[in-house]
Design a protein. Sequence first.
Length: 181
Amino acid sequence: MENPAEETVRDLQEGLNERASEAKEGLLTRIALTTALIAALAAVTGYLAGERADEALVDQILASDQWAYYQAKSIKGAVLSAKMETLQALSGTTSSATDREKAGRYEKEMAEIKKTAEEKQRDAAHRLAQRKTLANGVTLFQIAIAIGAISAITRKKGLWGVSLVFGTAGLVQLLRELFFS
């Protein structure tokens, strides 16, 4: 026959073990839910980073097109200028009003084209900076997910906290790009 005190101690131990098990399962549930949320945020952030990279590429292509157009206008202007100087040197006559108008128009068009090309280059650089911010966010989210998995395996609440810190840092990067960029 067992001692009633030993029986009570055993019952208490069983009760504590049950509660510890339930607490660990609750911790695992919280870790799993937060890690799933972080994974979703990482997916959205990764998508946005790719979108910004694509937009930067399009802006750079448009800038290159504008610079090619600028060069074409520059060549036309140089040819026209050479024509006017050659006429002046060979025959001593001044260039026609039409040629002078064209030369002035080319200069004005080149200034506008240059402005557009530089604007597109600035847009491309800005979008690349946005992509970098988002890529940093994705990296932080991935680290948070990895640490979250380790915390679930080891059932260490402290590691889960570290995971949440990295997840929060990733979220800051995402929000920074969405609202302050």
